[in-house]
Design a protein around this ligand. Structure first.
Ligand SMILES: Cc1cc2nc3c(=O)[nH]c(=O)nc-3n(C[C@H](O)[C@H](O)[C@H](O)COP(=O)(O)OP(=O)(O)OC[C@H]3O[C@@H](n4cnc5c(N)ncnc54)[C@H](O)[C@@H]3O)c2cc1C
Length: 805
């Protein structure tokens, strides 16, 4: 052990060794891993070692594909066998809805160019002769599934890392971390103290404790998990090949070959946490006592699905612990507010995701960019609320119990809710608001007026709420709609250096005083870091509006770039709220609340002004995401209810209606407007996303300028287009493949029914040569190919006349 390192990785499980391997392979020297005991002595040693590409988050599925493709190389480099059995695997469907879901997923894998195919019950029986198929409708076959040796794989990463120059220090617990004034870490271990430029928390079952050491409460907690291993199964002894792995989604079990027997794992509907704060320091390579009575219901289904198991003995029960996060995806990246402190933890599928975590973190540490859209596993996708014990336990319990349950795009799950509500929560509810949840905040999805008993049917197709949404869209286009802007984050930037800082941070020009601008924000690689709206209230005072759920993510970026002095940054997201009011009657409605002249001449498109309204200073900006004449009215949260009541009363005879997120989606797609996490992500560039026109290439230096200029010269390979889809009773929802004569040419980013224009619409990235042609396109909607055509202009008000009226 040396006294100084560039990076110290805490934890020698499958994740920590992968991080170490990637850092060393990509050329960083003086990187070391510190392990409390022996390698694998956390969750890793008793894992079933199963791996698969499939993940409901397509970006994570792509990264899982990377993990699996890496194993051969790691085994070769290290000379250690990873014990890989690429058996292939089948996810079973025993219901029509499940079959539909698998078809939809298969289309998504087409988009990712990951080969999967639908198989019949007969083919399933051929691939795995011990599975009962009489009630099955089919399955989804993935060739890149199988299982491996957890011990061998971890040692292979470690061996390959050492060959690249990394160091591994065993049997030495890190007991304390202290940050030095220069940002480095003093790492105190049982065997001495060392300094490290960076620390990576890859402490698995102990990750929360290792976070607590530096005052960070990570939303990660261990839960129990069972599998059993059988004696030899005669049907398999007679077979001269391995069976495929099987995931019985309706049965809550998975099965994989284990020599001539099988391993049967269970995701029970009544799961249990274990040591919510993380394992004790002296927890060894121990197992927990099996709790067979509790898992009996799922076990019984498993024994019916695989009847041969009823006649063989059980060689071993395993009840072990591994960690879960609220959405089941890992936590990766730099921890907001902690300089040089990184995490790679919360990983429930180390053998599918370990390589991806190592790759992502190493790229991030070395190049300042994770290399792909990894928001789905970024530690900054959560705020402090997510790590509160009650919330964490509720969410992880829900995730575990629903691990194999179908999740529908229109479904709003109950765990951890309501957590945060706006002052208008009850008032909107009494109007019929059906709520969803955005970063812990309840936000209306749609309104079912006069129907307090209305329950939306979860479905992949248009739901029974379709007509309510249609009414909201038409009301907005014909009169006015008011949308609670609780889904917005608001930041105030002020001070003598505020303009200079923002000018460097944002790729657009700054607006003049009293004006508003759409402002893309880039990273040095020229990828999007935000699609903000910036309002200039004074020479040295600005408001930035972004997405509510990106607060921790954006604050981390802002903090990382904030100068030592001259700029004050305040996150006002929970202190201010408001409504976005739009539609032809919106001017009249807003005028009734203020003495301010709201005429087009006095208050044109893209202006902002502080004005007296409902007894307070409101900040009003003239813009809208619906494409209609519209105003975003922001007030201190204390005045939001008063604003709501004033708007309702002013708009009563003018046809004003409350609208929710679904209507907003329909309205914005009719105008071809993109939003974050769909059209705009951290893997997109201004050139491909139509945001280049907001980039001020001539304004001097800003973050990402060189990369954006390069893209302007070479051109982006992809283009964002609007598609009109010949859909029947379902609309695209995102990640469907766009094909031209059967060949993949693009991917849908979001879709919805355009209720006013009466077409099914989608936005999609397609190959640029396709964008300017009139090709014969199809989009797979709920797994079925549908004809589609590119619209040359937005479906509604293409010239933007109404917006500027
Ligand atoms: C029963 C069961 C079956 C599973 N089956 C599968 C499967 O089939 N496929 C799959 O992909 N995943 C499976 N998993 C999950 C898998 O085990 C985890 O995803 C994986 O092991 C997580 O690895 P890790 O490196 O993040 O954490 P861990 O393996 O927990 O490693 C963390 C390491 O950090 C060390 N450490 C902690 N604190 C300190 C400190 N202060 N100082 C020094 N060292 C420290 C620990 O000693 C430990 O070795 C299973 C889990 C269980 C319980």
């Amino acid at each position: 052990m040396k006294s100084q390192y560039r990076v110290v990785v805490i934890g020698g499980g499958i994740v920590g060794t992968s991080v170490l391997y990637h850092l060393a392979k990509f050329g960083w020297r003086d990187v070391a891993l510190i392990e409390r005991g022996e390698l694998t002595c956390g969750s890793t040693w008793h894992a079933a070692g199963g791996f698969h590409v499939l993940n409901s988050n397509p970006n994570i599925a792509a990264l899982q594909d990377y993990t699996i493709s890496l194993y051969e190389e790691v085994a070769r480099e290290s000379g250690v066998s990873v014990g890989m059995h690429m058996t292939g695997g089948v996810s079973l469907a025993a219901s029509a809805e499940r079959m539909q879901m698998l078809k939809t997923e298969r289309a998504m894998y087409d988009t990712l160019e990951i080969e999967t195919r639908l198989v019949t019950p007969e083919e399933i029986r051929e691939l795995c002769p011990i599975v009962e198929v009489k009630d099955l409708l089919g399955g989804l076959y993935d060739a890149h599934e199988g299982y491996m040796d957890p011990h061998g794989t971890t040692y292979a990463y470690a061996g390959a890392a050492k060959k690249h120059g990394a160091e591994i220090i065993l049997r030495n617990r890190m007991t304390e971390l202290q940050q030095l004034p220069d940002g480095r870490w003093s790492v105190i271990t049982e065997n001495g103290t060392l300094t490290a430029d960076h620390v990576v928390n890859a402490a698995g079952l102990w990750a929360r404790k290792v976070g607590n050491m530096v005052g960070v409460n990570l939303p990660v907690t261990p839960m129990q998990h069972h599998y059993l291993i059988t004696e030899d199964v005669p049907e398999l002894v007679a077979l001269d090949r391995e069976i495929v792995s099987i995931t019985d989604l309706e049965g809550f079990t998975y099965l994989q070959p284990e020599r001539k027997g099988v391993l049967l794992g269970i995701y029970e509907r009544d799961p249990r946490h274990w040591q919510v704060d993380g394992a004790e320091w002296n927890f060894g390579m121990d197992l927990l006592p099996p709790d067979i009575d509790r898992i009996l219901p799922e076990l019984s289904i498993g024994f019916e699905r695989f009847p041969a198991l009823q006649n063989v003995g059980i060689r071993r029960w395993v009840n072990g612990a591994f960690t879960f996060t609220p959405d089941g995806n890992p936590l990766v990246g730099p921890v907001p507010g902690k300089r040089n402190y990184w995490v790679a933890c919360g990983c429930m599928g180390g053998f599918s995701q370990g390589g991806a975590l190592g790759l992502t973190l190493a790229q991030w540490m070395i190049h300042g960019d994770p290399g792909a859209d990894i928001f789905g596993m970024d530690v900054a996708r959560y705020g402090a609320f997510a790590a509160q014990d009650d919330y964490l336990k509720d969410m992880t319990r829900q995730f575990y119990a629903r691990r194999f349950v179908i999740s529908y795009p229109n479904e709003e799950l109950p765990a951890g809710r309501p957590l945060k509500t706006s002052p208008c929560y009850e008032a909107l509810k009494s109007e019929g608001a059906v709520y969803g949840c955005n970063w812990g905040m309840e936000t209306p999805q749609f309104f079912a007026p006069g129907r307090p008993d209305f329950i939306e049917r979860p479905t992949l197709r248009r739901s029974n709420a379709h007509d309510f949404v249609g009414d909201e869209v038409r009301a907005t286009r014909e009169a006015a709609g008011m949308f609670e802007s609780a889904v917005y984050a608001r930041y105030e930037v002020s001070g003598p250096a505020a303009a200079q800082w923002l000018d460097h941070l944002l790729a657009s020009k700054l607006p003049r005083i009293g004006r508003v601008r759409l402002a893309p924000m880039l990273n040095p690689a020229g990828k999007l870091m935000g699609d903000l709206t910036v309002s200039r209230l004074a020479g040295d005072r600005f408001w930035l509006i972004g997405s509510y759920y990106l607060q921790a993510w954006h604050m981390r970026w802002f903090d990382d770039h904030l100068p030592q002095s001259g700029v004050s940054l305040r996150n006002l997201s929970d202190a201010w709220m408001g409504f976005a009011v739009s539609g032809p009657a919106s001017r009249e409605i807003i005028s009734r609340l203020t003495d301010q002249n709201m005429s087009n001449a006095a208050f044109p498109f893209l202006t902002c002004l502080q004005m007296q309204m409902v007894g307070t200073d409101a900040l009003v900006a003239r813009l809208s995401l619906t494409g209609e004449l519209g105003y975003e009215v922001n007030v201190p949260v204390t005045h939001q209810l008063a604003l709501y009541e004033a708007l309702r009363s002013a708009g009563k005879e003018l046809g004003l209606r409350s609208i929710g997120n679904r209507a907003l989606d329909s309205l914005r797609l009719e105008k071809s407007y993109g939003i974050w996490n769909s059209e705009f992500t951290q893997s997109c560039t201004p050139g491909m996303s139509n945001l280049a026109r907001q980039v001020a290439f001539d304004k001097g230096d800003f973050i990402g300028r060189d990369a954006a200029l390069r893209e302007r010269e070479t051109g982006a390979g992809k283009a964002l287009v609007t598609l009109c889809i010949d859909a029947a009773d379902a609309d695209a929802s995102g990640f469907e493949p766009v094909k031209c004569d059967g060949k993949l040419v693009g991917v849908v980013t979001s879709g919805a029914y355009g209720h006013f224009v009466k077409h099914s619409l989608a936005l999609a990235y397609v190959d640029r040569n396709i964008a300017n042609a009139t090709p014969n396109l199809t989009v797979d909607v709920v797994g079925e190919p549908r004809l589609a055509r590119i619209l040359k202009e937005p479906a509604h008000d293409p010239r933007g006349v109404r917006l500027r009226s």
